[in-house]
Design a protein. Structure first.
Length: 249
């Protein structure tokens, strides 16, 4: 397959789950790929799996200044950029009374502020045409308990896909979004819960999915490939909801 042949792509938050699988798919479609992350161990593991042809960049998705540095690194390495997949994100789930200002700011910084300023910093090197895909969430649409700040940050990112589409289409830059439902990725092990608590939460979520299963990272990655490719040249400001029917309940 060569749907992304000779295209240069940046994937943020790439080292596990959806990001890692998307990198695999991009490579199989002929793209040159750069990935980012903050965990040295997972960055090294991703580098070993994906091969030396992939550019590995340690970068904090929530740091505004780091986005400028990342854009410079990509420009120096690739010259220009054809595809951006904004995948970095944090799912900090807690009841309303457990939130503090620091945690609030961290979620908004990683899930919205960082992506906004990364796109801004990359504008000078984005090609015409270019494709930006934002990884939002089905939580932007549903009222799931304990997701107040996570859902709000993803709703902001989804709104960005629509507003930037209107602003950047004239430059040849398409912006679209994928909104996954529950996906079986390592993200679910980062909620700070015990194994028993994770199982209880997992069972509760599973009961809300008409498809009767969690999604697979490959299913999201293949949708991102489509949106990144020239096959989606007429797809602008759109959202692909991939949730097993969860939002239809």
């Amino acid at each position: 397959m060569d749907r992304l042949k000779n295209k240069r792509a940046l994937i943020t938050g790439e080292t596990t789950g959806i990001g890692l699988e998307t990198a695999r798919q991009f490579l199989s479609e002929g793209a040159r790929v750069a990935i980012t992350g903050t965990n040295p161990a997972t960055l090294e593991a991703a580098s070993k799996e994906l091969g030396s042809q992939v550019l590995i960049v340690a970068s904090d998705a929530g740091d505004g200044a780091a986005q400028v540095a990342l854009a410079k690194t990509i420009g120096d390495a690739f010259g220009q950029l054809d595809i951006l997949f904004v995948n970095a994100g944090i799912a900090d789930l807690r009841p309303l009374e457990k939130w503090d200002v620091a945690a609030f700011d961290r979620s908004l910084a990683i899930n919205f502020k960082g992506p906004f300023f990364l796109i801004q910093a990359l504008l000078p090197i984005l090609t015409k045409p270019a494709s930006i895909v934002l990884n939002t969430s089905i939580n932007a649409h549903i009222g799931m308990p304990n997701t107040t700040i996570y859902a709000a940050s993803k709703a902001a990112l989804l709104s960005l896909a629509k507003t930037l589409s209107g602003e950047l289409t004239g430059r040849g830059i398409r912006v679209n979004a994928v909104s996954p439902g529950p996906i079986a990725t390592p993200l679910h092990s980062k909620f700070g819960l015990s194994e028993a608590e994770l199982k209880a939460v997992g069972d509760s979520i599973l009961s809300q999915i008409p498809a009767g299963r969690f999604g697979d990272a490959t299913e999201i990655a293949k949708a991102v490939v489509f949106l990144a490719s020239d096959e989606a040249a007429f797809t602008v400001g759109s959202e692909l909801v991939i949730d097993g029917g969860m939002s239809n309940l």
